[in-house]
Design a protein around this ligand. Sequence first.
Ligand code: DI6
Ligand code: FE
Length: 401
Amino acid sequence: MKTLWQHCHVATMAEGRYSIIEDAAMVTAGSLIEWIGPRSQVPTGDYAQVYDLQGAWVTPGLIDCHTHTVFGGNRSGEFEQRLEGVSYADIAAKGGGIASTVRATRAATEDELFASAEKRLRSLLRDGVTTVEIKSGYGLDLANERKMLRVARRLGDALPVSVRATCLAAHALPPEYKDRADDYIEHICNEMLPALAAEGLVDAVDAFCEYLAFSPEQVERVFKVAQQLGLPVKLHAEQLSSLHGSSLAARYHALSADHLEFMTEEDAIAMAAAGTVAVLLPGAFYFLRETQLPPMEALRKHGVKIAIASDLNPGTSPALSVRLMLNMACTLFRMTPEEALAGATQHAATALGMGDTHGSLEAGKVADFVAWQIDRPADLAYWLGGELDKRVVRHGADVTA
Ligand code: DI6
Ligand code: FE
C-alpha cells in the first residue's frame, strides 16, 4: 500500500547536512520510503492515500541516542539542596546521588517503573522523537538490571517509538560491593551480561569510565565480554576528567563515546579513525554548570561525527525535550543549527548502529519523519522548548500524539 506525502519542503539530513529539497514529495510503501524528490517528478502511481502537508518542513524523526529514562523517584530535592550550597560530595556521603536513585529503582516494581518512565518518554515523543536509547544502570544487580531492561523493551512495544536497550551495569558500585569494584566487574562479566544478553534484553553495552566510577582497565574487561557476546559497546567518557576512555572506546570500535568535555585531540583522532560517534550532552553540561567545553574544533577538524542527546536522568540532566538540547548545543557548544539537527538525526542513528536504516530521509530507509509547521529548519534549534505544531509519522503511519 503506497502513500503520497506532498506540499512540503524536506531537510533530508543525508550525509549529516540539511540536503534540502524544496517543494518536495515522498512516497512511502508500508514502513519504508520508496521515493523522495521534487514534487514535479513524483512517479505516477496508484496511491492509497495522499497527504497534503500544507507547506510543512519535513525532517527525519528525532533520535535521542543517550537516555536513562527508566528510574525510580527523582532528585529534585537534591537539586534544591545543591542550590542552597550543599555540595554534591556531601549529598553523596549522606547516601544521596546515584545511590538514592538505585534504592528507589530497586524498591519500585516493574509496573511502577514502566508508569513513571512512560510519562517521561511521552514528553520526548511529543517533541518529535521516533527512536530512543534507554540505559539500565540504576539496578546494579541481575534482578534489578533485568527489571529496568524489561521496562525499556515494554516501552518500545507499547508506544510508537523504536527503543534500543543498553546495559549500563557498570554505572556505579552497588553498596553490597563497597570497596570491591573488581569483584563487581567480575560479576558483571561472568553473570550479569551473559544472562541478560541470553534473554535478548541487550542491544549494546555501556560503562561509566571516570575516577569516581570505573577505571579504563575495568571498562576494558566489560568490553571484552561484550565483544565475545557479539554486542556493540559505548562509553561515558571524559565527563569530569581525562582518562582517555574515548580512545579505549575507539580501540573497541565503540558505536559512541559520550560526554567528552575533557577529551584530547589524540582521543578525537582515535575516534575518527574508528568511526566512533561523539555524543555530546548539553543538558548535563548545563545542569552541572560545567565550564569545560568539549573540544569542538578538534572534533570538527578530524571529522568525528557529533550527535546530541538528552542524557535524560534524575541526577544530572532531567531533560524532557530534545529540541531544547538542540538549542543548548548551539548556545553552549557553538554548534550550528544544521550540525545540531544532524546530531539528533543521522549521527544519532549511527551512534545506535542504525545509520543505514534511520536518521535521514532517503529511498530505502525507514519512513520515520516529522512534518513541522515552521518557517525554516533552524526553528527546531531556535524555540526554547514548548510544543510545535507538527505531524509525526513512524514506520509510514501517522502517530501524532
Ligand atoms: N553520567 C551522568 O551524568 C549520569 N550518569 C553518568 O554516567 C549521572 C547519573 C545520576 O546522577 O543519576
Ligand atoms: Fe548518561
